[in-house]
Design a protein around this ligand. Structure first.
Ligand SMILES: Cc1cc2nc3c(=O)[nH]c(=O)nc-3n(C[C@H](O)[C@H](O)[C@H](O)COP(=O)(O)OP(=O)(O)OC[C@H]3O[C@@H](n4cnc5c(N)ncnc54)[C@H](O)[C@@H]3O)c2cc1C
Length: 199
């Protein structure tokens, strides 16, 4: 049976989560006080480069899946994601290279490829997400799935209890909504999934 899912937040995380639930047949509403192109997401650069991400089986699955999905998008006509080859440079003696375990191919940068002040680097082709094009594209996809948008501030998760079976907080940083929540059952990228009824 379709669940009534409310996603708080219309940034890249909120839209992505909404897309996945709606694709799964759930009835999704996105509630946000800033529209997508006003969010922090709209000003970010977006290279698939999950530096110092959580190390867990679930995080590894998510990283592998996101890489696979972004690479697949590069093949679409008028693609909003492109593969870019370059050097990720490092200044630390012991840089986090865990993300490279997901790449089929990468190589150590030679000294000649490293700018002054850096100690090492990785040469690789990575998905580059063109945010000014990607976000409108993602929003259009989300809208085509019949997702409803409401523009207002959520002060407390309790406001949504009667209208939702599941609430996902995708607001990036702490806000009144996250502070008011007490039943966090999941966490990813600063966002939370809360069961308001069935959770
Ligand atoms: C300059 C810059 C470069 C970056 N580069 C990268 C990069 O290369 N790769 C990368 O992975 N990340 C990068 N980031 C980080 C990335 O932008 C953020 O992690 C990401 O945008 C967070 O997305 P989000 O959807 O969680 O939050 P946001 O985009 O901040 O959206 C939050 C949403 O929640 C809503 N909201 C918040 N509180 C409430 C409330 N109480 N009621 C209703 N709605 C609410 C807002 O209205 C908004 O719609 C960069 C960030 C910056 C600033």
């Amino acid at each position: 049976m379709a669940r009534r899912v409310t996603v708080i937040g219309a940034g890249v995380i909120g839209l992505s989560v909404a897309h996945e639930f709606a694709s799964n047949g759930d009835e999704v509403t996105v509630v946000a006080d800033q529209d997508t192109m006003e969010t922090v997401s709209s000003v970010s650069a977006a290279l698939w480069f999950p530096f110092r991400s959580e190390r867990s089986e679930l995080a590894d699955q998510l990283l592998a899946r996101s890489l696979e999905r972004f690479v697949a998008l590069t093949a679409e006509s008028d693609a909003v994601v492109r593969m870019r080859t370059g050097t990720v440079v490092e200044r630390l003696a012991d840089p986090d290279r865990s993300w490279t375990s997901h790449l089929a191919q990468f190589e150590e940068a030679s000294a000649a490829q490293l700018p002054e002040g850096t100690t090492s680097g990785v040469r690789a082709a990575l998905p580059f997400i063109e945010i000014p094009r990607y976000l409108p594209w993602l929003k259009a996809r989300v809208q085509s799935l019949g997702i409803t948008f409401e523009y207002r501030t959520v002060a407390s998760i309790k406001e949504l209890a009667n209208e939702s079976d599941l609430v996902v907080i995708a607001v990036a940083s702490s806000s009144a909504a996250t502070k008011a929540s007490t039943r966090s059952v999941g966490r990813s990228c600063g966002s939370r999934i809360l069961g308001s009824k069935s959770g």
